[in-house]
Design a protein around this ligand. Structure first.
Ligand code: GLN
Length: 538
């Protein structure tokens, strides 16, 4: 069980989408800047074992960790803010909890007992709360509880939080409740009642929040803060205002101004290490807000109506753009709406083109048209995962003349399967967790655009796909100008393709966006933006 590690639980009230992940990440950043070792974990109340099988429209992007866990997109925020990696243990769903308990029941591990939500499910939840503290690596573990207080499905998590207080002891346990203070414009008033109700629900469940973080569009006057403190049973200085911010990356500084970190440290009896190291963060914000140049880049994908589907890509542009003081005006375009008749007018004003990851046939031909346009017109191009596969197929069709070339994902009977399933993938019949997932090594060829970007020849990037470049076609491709510049050293699988006669055309089988953070922007994104700038000037 947990040792002296401090646990902060973050619950949400009134409505979903208040940004618990950003508050958790911002608090984590502030504590980290004071020298504490911090990680963040998320407990999600749905029954899927993990979000890997969810359509992006349901829940936004599926984020992938180094160890190959398919996780909630909030883990991406944790890594981007804290610049530390997360793992399978940082994201647990109700589905996983029940699966573990039922597996134990089938093995007879409960010795004939009736298996119940309390204590068996709550015990399993708690043992997952404590997993990350087992090797004493962290001073503070922040735990975000997904969903809203009062949801039927999050009840066992809330009950487990209540019980955790007694395992951990009051000095190691803290609850922050993130809530909304709506503004009624007709009455010109900020309303506290929804928060009072959601805190009552927490109290009914036996949890007294220590700190309220209040999302609001207007400053909270002191009488509103007093009212919240009085009715919600918290100290006045623990009612923290969280005004809407221009950028999620402003939130750590806003929370610092509101002294969220100080309140947390006082309550957890964490002796205040000297408050330092936000300089690099401020430097990043300065560049983000004062760009000296601008480019327009098109992100072509099929899930564009929900930008959260491409969260990590969007954020990677933010980090990379800021690092070279360039504002990236990202245009999300639906590949379903691009065809042979209209591609010019859709794509003509783009300085760079990114074809996004994805699955299935819908919008596929629009992506082919897009790649063709970028290749022929020498527009800087980055293809990620499916985007790289499309680039290979387009090249096979329009340069090699294999007009029916395809991926066996789209056409199992294609005469030219330039993208195909690996042998071990052919045997798989279960969908969840069975793709090629997580971090794999890649060796880069010199000279190449990729080597130029990374500045080294051995890299590791994260994967999430089933289909691969078919090496049977490699020689023919290379002879005609599409080069494999990155390969997996163990399997020989092609990880990166580049075009010889093009200013910047790179396709990657992996997902570079997952490893981009505020403090270490992803090199391919930086070079891609630079190439778009050069293209614009030309
Ligand atoms: N659908 C493709 C595959 O499974 C690409 C996946 C992706 O873009 N993440 O290989």
């Amino acid at each position: 069980m947990a040792s002296s590690t401090k646990y902060i639980f973050i619950t949400g009230g009134v409505t979903s989408s208040l940004g618990k992940g950003i508050i958790a990440s911002s608090l984590g950043k502030l504590l980290q800047s004071r020298g504490f070792k911090v990680t963040i974990q998320k407990f999600d109340p749905y029954l899927n074992i993990d979000p890997g099988t969810l359509n992006p429209y349901e829940h936004g992007e599926c984020y992938v960790t180094d160890d190959g866990a398919e996780t909630d997109l909030d883990l991406g925020h944790y890594e981007r803010f804290l610049n530390v990696t997360t793992s399978q243990n940082n994201n647990v769903t109700t589905g996983r909890i029940y699966n573990n308990v039922i597996t134990k029941e089938r093995k007879g591990e409960f010795l004939g007992k009736t298996v119940q939500v309390i204590p068996h499910i709550t015990d399993e939840i708690k043992s997952n709360f404590y997993k990350l503290s087992e090797d004493n690596k962290y001073d503070v573990i922040i735990t975000e509880i997904g969903g809203c207080v009062g949801d039927i499905e999050s009840l066992p998590f809330i009950e487990a939080v209540r019980q955790a207080r007694w395992d951990l002891g009051p000095n190691n346990f803290l609850v922050i409740h993130l809530t909304l203070i709506p503004y009624l414009s007709a009455a010109k008033e900020l309303k506290t009642k929804p928060t009072q109700h959601s805190v009552k629900q927490l109290l009914e469940a036996g949890i007294q929040p220590d700190i309220l973080v209040c999302r609001t569009e207007h400053h909270l006057p002191s009488d509103v803060k007093k009212k919240l403190a009085l009715f919600c049973n918290v100290q006045l200085n623990s009612v923290i205002e969280a005004m809407d911010a221009d950028s999620i990356y402003d939130v750590p500084l806003l929370m610092k101004k509101e002294k969220l970190d100080e309140r947390v440290m006082t309550k957890l009896k964490l002796s205040s290490k000297e408050n330092t190291d936000l300089e690099k963060w401020k430097d990043f914000l300065g560049k983000l807000k004062n760009p000296t140049q601008e480019v327009t880049i098109g992100l072509i994908g099929k899930y564009v109506s929900l930008p959260d589907s491409y969260k990590s890509i969007i954020e990677a542009f933010t980090h990379a753009g800021a690092s070279i003081e360039c504002h990236v005006n990202l245009k999300l375009l639906s590949s379903e709406e691009i065809n042979t008749d209209n591609f010019k007018e859709k794509l003509v004003d783009l300085d760079g083109i990114l074809v996004a990851p994805g699955f299935g046939e819908r919008g596929f031909e629009g992506k082919i048209e897009t790649v063709k346009f970028a290749r022929e017109n020498k527009i800087p191009f980055l293809g990620i995962c499916l985007g790289m596969q499309v680039a290979v197929i387009e090249f096979a069709r329009n340069v090699l003349g294999h007009t029916k070339a395809n991926s066996t994902e789209m056409d199992p009977n294609t005469p030219h399967p330039v993208i195909a399933l690996m042998e071990e993938q052919k045997k798989i019949d279960q969908m969840g967790g069975t793709m090629r997932l997580g971090s794999y090594a890649c060796d880069l060829k010199k000279p190449s655009k990729s080597f130029q970007a990374y500045g080294k020849s051995k890299i590791q990037e994260r994967h999430r796909h089933r289909y691969e470049f078919n090496n049977d076609f490699l020689q023919e491709m290379e002879k005609n100008g599409m080069l494999a510049t990155g390969k997996n050293p163990d399997t020989g699988l092609v990880e990166i393709i580049e075009l010889k006669n093009h200013p910047w055309f790179v396709g990657v089988q992996f997902h570079p966006e997952y490893k981009s953070t505020v403090l270490s922007p992803q090199p391919l994104f930086v070079r891609f933006i630079q190439a778009a700038i050069n293209n614009k000037i030309k």
